[in-house]
Design a protein around this ligand. Structure first.
Ligand SMILES: [Zn+2]
Length: 415
């Protein structure tokens, strides 16, 4: 396939890390060219990755979405009958439209020890590094497998991950650890909030504004729902503090409200979008029942006039939070692998880690680059950052080449 770096050329020269970083930069440059904007297709990138894996004799499982235009990819190196480690990433990126880039966003440009391009830090840099280490993964005598799991549409609220996570959890031996390589500057992240986002469409009854009592004003219902959600967010139960999260409590937020078409008409339709970001202390199911009640209460006056009035609730985003104990063996192993001196912490953005953790696979977030550079113009990653992450993969390879490393993990967990 065009653009595949030849391993025999790139594997030579310099120390092992230097060679792996050079190979990763070449692969990253290729990956940036695939315009895998979230919501759109990613099959070209997936085919490239599958062909690259096949060069090393690694077969991959491609998991398509219902439309068949995008897919996740799952591959394993080493003895699949033993519990191993998942390296998780997403292949999609956010759009670069209406951003003031110095160079074309979907062409990698290299300068001053940095690679610029959409997805460089979030998170094709990590994907490239995983692929760059494939020769060393394959050459090692692994006693436990390394699984590569790349998803799509993560940027739309982890939309592509559930099928992939299910496939990972159904592997012949369930993995005992997952590392999500989102940009954390190689700090180990053990927690983040979960998120639910929904769109509520209110349908009332239109009419002439001279006779408002004959209509069912959808804007009134939407406004009542908005103020109800605001009050819900200020309740003390929701404000229960979960240390380490920022803010420390769950939040309720209304992001948009649209309704009505003209002053002289009773609005027939209104649409409202809201989100809840919740901590491990939040009873999200109970909270969502409260939201249902707010909607029912706001709708009742409309239905009294217009029995056909209704509210429709649509799920936009739904992913669980992450809360891996600081003292857990999974945390301490990833801390050792990362080489980070910082205490494992929490982050304010969501990842696919919560989905893996919910499937019973201890998951931590740790990867090269800085989330502050994600989603903006002139996104970049430094080769020094790639080198730090490359050393994490070397330590991982060494760890998984030891006999019985997973038994150690289970022993520590049982203590
Ligand atoms: Zn990301």
């Amino acid at each position: 396939m065009e653009g595949l770096p030849a391993p025999s050329i790139l594997g030579t020269g310099g120390d092992a890390t230097g060679a792996n970083v050079a190979r990763a930069v070449d692969i990253l440059s290729r990956l940036i060219e695939f315009k895998t904007v979230c919501g759109g297709p990613n099959l070209d990138a997936v085919s490239y990755i599958a062909a690259y894996l096949a060069q090393y004799g690694v077969t991959s499982k491609i998991i398509h979405d219902p439309s068949g235009t995008k897919a996740s990819i799952l591959a394993s190196i080493g003895p699949v009958g033993r519990p191993g480690v998942v390296l998780s990433a997403h292949t999609d990126v956010v759009p670069a439209d209406d951003q003031n880039w110095s160079t074309p966003p979907f062409t990698a440009s290299r300068r001053d020890g940095r690679v610029f391009g959409r997805g460089a830090t979030d998170m094709k840099g990590f994907v490239a590094l995983v692929l760059a280490h494939l020769p060393s993964f394959c050459a090692a005598k692994l006693t436990a497998p390394i699984h590569i799991a790349f998803s799509y549409d993560e940027e739309l609220g982890c939309k592509g991950a559930p099928d992939l996570v299910a496939a990972v959890a159904a592997l012949p031996a369930k993995p005992v650890l997952c590392i999500i390589g989102e940009p954390t500057k190689m700090r180990v992240v053990r927690g983040h909030k979960g998120k639910v986002a929904r769109r509520i469409t209110i349908s009332g009854r239109g009419g002439h504004s001279a006779y408002p009592d004959r209509g069912a004003n959808a804007v009134y219902a939407a406004a009542q729902i908005a103020t109800g959600l605001r009050a819900l967010g200020q309740e003390s139960a929701l404000r229960e503090e979960a240390p380490g999260f920022d803010p420390r409590y769950a939040t309720v937020h209304v992001g948009s409200l649209h309704g009505g078409t003209a002053l002289n008409l009773v609005p027939e339709k209104a649409v409202l979008e809201f989100e809840i970001r919740f901590t491990p202390k939040t009873d999200i199911k109970a909270l969502l029942r409260r939201v249902d009640l707010i909607v029912e209460t706001a709708l009742a006056p409309l239905q009294a006039v217009a029995p056909e009035a209704y509210a429709q609730m649509e799920n936009m985003i739904d992913y669980p939070g992450l809360d891996i104990p600081a003292q857990s063996p999974a945390t301490s192993i990833v801390q050792t692998l990362s080489g980070s001196k910082e205490t494992p912490s929490t982050i304010s953005f969501g990842t696919e880690a919560g989905l893996y953790a919910a499937a019973g696979i201890p998951s931590l977030v740790c990867g090269p680059g800085d989330i502050a550079r994600a989603h903006i113009a002139d996104e970049w990653i430094g080769t020094d950052e790639l080198a730090d992450a490359s050393r994490m993969f070397d330590r991982l390879t060494a760890l998984l080449s030891r006999p019985g490393w997973d038994a150690l993990l289970q022993y520590q967990e049982a203590r």
